[in-house]
Design a protein around this ligand. Structure first.
Ligand SMILES: NC(=O)c1ccc[n+]([C@@H]2O[C@H](COP(=O)([O-])OP(=O)(O)OC[C@H]3O[C@@H](n4cnc5c(N)ncnc54)[C@H](O)[C@@H]3O)[C@@H](O)[C@H]2O)c1
Length: 255
């Protein structure tokens, strides 16, 4: 007897042109879910075409700036028109927001918070009706170990990610009344363009990262994609309001 663990309702993945968002879209397409891939980069269109070709599920690539609330509301309508009601959301779009206290200005602060955090609020608001009508619907926000670890380089980023953990617990209380689950995944260091750029510009940084990690290596984006796919599946039907840390043993490390 086969066991089906994956709802086949369509998903929206933000930040899907690259890195973790792209891996999440791939993991969902592999499981047979149609995906609307969103990104501010036009490269998302080619990524969607490739996923559709490889996995034989409907995928659409859309250029959406998630910092723009009206644009994301229009994006939800366009995704629904393409795929039907949406049963899953991954908010992976994010910016690193590097800028220490003395370099911060209100524009940088607002930009990081609006992309990394605020977008998820208005996406959840726009998708609630669809999700309520589709049993097994769920949301995952990509947070970070920087929600927990202090780093002088990026207070706006840390605030956005710590805010996401708190936000998702609050939304879980509300959305749970409609049977909708919402969780956060906190990646450690994962080899995406965001981290590759940092590693390329600082000799020895990769080794410094790896020395601390209990598994001794930086992670692969698909190791996040698979964790997200699990949280969006029926295997995770009693999991909501939680943080799943996927960091190879980084924040647990005393090394
Ligand atoms: N790579 C890591 O080690 C790591 C660790 C912890 C958390 N994260 C989080 O994972 C998520 C993905 O990061 P990544 O490493 O894959 O980075 P990435 O730079 O490869 O991908 C981020 C994507 O978000 C898109 N994006 C940026 N601003 C946008 C906007 N306004 N609207 C729509 N799309 C926008 C970018 O174009 C890019 O394609 C981010 O939220 C990041 O904070 C990454």
């Amino acid at each position: 007897m086969s066991v089906s663990t994956s709802p086949t309702t369509p998903a929206i993945v933000t930040g899907a042109a690259s890195g973790i968002g792209q891996a999440c879209a791939q993991a969902l397409a592999e499981a047979g879910r149609p995906v609307a891939l969103w990104d501010i980069s036009e490269g998302v269109v080619a990524v969607a075409e490739q996923l559709q070709k490889t996995h034989g599920v409907n995928c659409i690539g859309m250029v959406v700036d998630v910092a723009d609330v009206e644009a994301l509301q229009a994006g939800v309508a366009q995704s629904r028109a393409a795929h039907g009601p949406i049963g899953a959301l991954v908010h992976a779009a994010g910016v690193a927001g590097v800028g220490m206290l003395d370099q911060l200005d209100p524009a940088l602060w607002d930009s990081v918070l609006n992309i990394n955090l605020r977008a998820e609020v208005f996406l959840a608001q726009a998708l609630r009706g669809d999700m309520k009508s589709l049993p097994g619907s769920a949301i995952v926000g990509i947070a970070s170990i920087n929600a927990t670890l202090g780093n002088a380089m990026n207070p706006s980023y840390s605030a956005s990610k710590g805010g996401m953990l708190a936000l998702n617990r609050a939304l879980a209380d509300d959305l749970g009344r409609d049977g909708i689950r919402i969780n956060s995944v906190s990646p450690g260091q994962i080899l995406t363009p965001m981290i590759q750029q940092a590693v390329d510009n600082a000799p020895g940084l990769k080794e410094e990262f790896e020395r601390r990690i209990l598994l001794g290596r930086i992670g692969d984006p698909m190791e996040i994609g698979k964790a997200v796919r699990f949280l969006l599946s029926d295997e995770a039907s009693y999991i909501t309001a939680t943080e799943l840390v996927v960091d190879g043993g980084n924040i647990s490390s005393q090394r």
